[in-house]
Write a protein of this length. Structure first.
Length: 337
């Protein structure tokens, strides 16, 4: 299969099954779409399930712009055993009795609510964090521990769903919903919760339910994706969460050549997030004209013939938009407008 032979350029959402790595999903998608240029945004561990955005064809260039969003998870945290990977796929390396308060639902709910906020987090040893060009998990498998640095993370919301006295592997479990910032390791949250409570803990099960604007309900199984193919395409403009402009054929031609565009050339629109009067609504359903001027450094999407044609960045000092990412073919917006 030669690179780029499919002619496709789109973004889809995959509901990743357990037992497959994110790279395994990419390989399946290469076969499904008959396209070598396929990439995912937002790695999921093999044991985890749920939302995995996948870019196909030239749309893979959107990868860096789709990785900075916050994420939502449902997680089962098991207490009483710690593993070398901080999840159920790892080998148990320590055990300890579970304090009785762990089984108290009131205490558990208060503890989980107290996880909300910003903090420093040490990534797990088995993670994709690179130090000196080497991935931490590769070093850990070789018996070497890399000196990782803590990173800034934020837990926007944390809610206890249930306390189970016996989980799937005979350990007490807390079922929790998390809304977290980019770069947050749920395995590390579980590990640190156990440390704070005086007993080891690990992730027993993990499902990602959203990345930014992409929810689980919009993601297809690999089997369904094989049937849907191009019909599974999502709107990349919505997933990017940026303002956008509908451009004429003439302006799209200039953008295709990476030309700078004056601020007056683009009329910005945004998606409606709540019911609004028709006063500011565009003829396209679900969007409205944006009355705010562009901000310095703001990323704006250019839409031509219902395809994402380019991403431009505004330079306030010059009063011009500069090309950041141009798609000669354009990225499909699926059935969205």
């Amino acid at each position: 299969m030669k690179r780029g032979t499919s002619g496709r350029s789109l973004v889809v959402g995959v509901n990743k099954p357990a037992g497959m790595s994110s790279h395994d999903v990419v390989n399946r998608c290469r076969s499904i779409f008959e396209e070598r240029r396929v990439g995912h945004t937002g790695t999921l561990d093999p044991m985890a399930t749920g939302v995995l955005p996948v870019c196909v064809g030239p749309a893979t260039r959107l990868g860096p712009y789709l990785t900075g969003h916050d994420k939502r998870y449902r997680v089962a945290v098991a207490f009483g055993a710690g593993t070398d990977t901080d999840d159920a796929d790892g080998a148990v390396v320590r055990t300890a009795p579970v304090p009785r308060r762990v089984l108290d639902e009131g205490f558990a709910a208060a503890f989980v609510a107290g996880l909300v906020g910003s903090r420093k987090q040490m990534p797990p040893a088995y993670s994709a964090v690179k130090v000196g060009g080497r991935k931490s998990y590769e070093a850990a498998r070789a018996g070497t521990i890399i000196d990782l640095a803590p990173r800034d993370i934020t837990v926007y919301d944390a809610r206890l769903l249930a306390v189970r006295e016996v989980g799937a592997r005979d350990y007490p479990v807390w079922d929790i919903e998390f809304h977290v910032s980019k770069g947050t390791y749920i395995r590390a949250l579980a590990r640190d919760a156990g440390l704070a409570l005086g007993c080891p803990a690990h992730v027993e099960a993990l499902e990602r339910t959203a990345i930014g604007m992409l929810g689980l309900e919009e993601c297809a199984s690999l089997e369904a994706l094989a049937e849907l193919k191009d019909r599974a395409a999502l709107d990349p403009v919505r997933l990017l969460g940026v303002r956008f402009a509908f451009v004429s054929k003439d302006l799209a031609g200039k953008a295709a050549n990476g030309a700078q565009l004056p601020s007056a050339a683009l009329e910005l629109f945004e998606r409606r997030t709540s019911p609004l009067s028709a006063e500011f609504c565009a003829c396209t359903a679900g969007v409205r004209e944006s009355l705010e001027p562009p901000a310095d450094g703001e990323l704006v999407a250019l839409v031509a013939e219902n395809r994402l044609a380019a991403l431009y960045e505004y330079d306030e000092a010059l009063g011009w938009y500069r090309a950041r990412c141009v798609f000669q073919k354009g990225v499909s917006r699926g059935g969205d407008l």
